[in-house]
Design a protein. Sequence first.
Length: 175
Amino acid sequence: MSRPPINPEKSVAGIALDPQTLERVIPESRRPDGTVRKQIKIRPGFTPQEDVRRFRGTKQAQMDSSALPKGHIIGWAPPPKSTAPPAGSEGKALSKSAKKNAKRKEKREKEKVEAEAVPDNWDDEDEETKPAPPAATADKASFEQTPAPPAADDSNAADTTDSVLADDLEKLKVK
């Protein structure tokens, strides 16, 4: 047999099941002046008036479950909810605090993106004021090849762009 919970649920009248004795009791409580009310035992089978449910016949219960909410108009369906607000009404619909929160959220997202950005050259952070050595600029220039300007023939231009991208991908592959 499983044990009852330490903090049992109370009925509307305040009756709970005592975990030690498994009897129905009204637990002790503290009065506003600081004194303590004693715990009251409830006779088996007794149900106080507050806990008695209103009798509903089967047809009445069925009617209650299928009843429409108050103020409902038969045949009316609410408009579909869209996730995006309509254009133009975005600034008017937001309250002052909602606008502030939106700005804060955008700022946090922007800072997060900036923090996640990986620099091309880690040495640049340490030596921001000093000019970079010529070897580093040569490496960077060879890495960042710009495609030749497109010629009059469009198919040739697409081929050169694809070849440059393929060369860059080969350089980035880990072997």
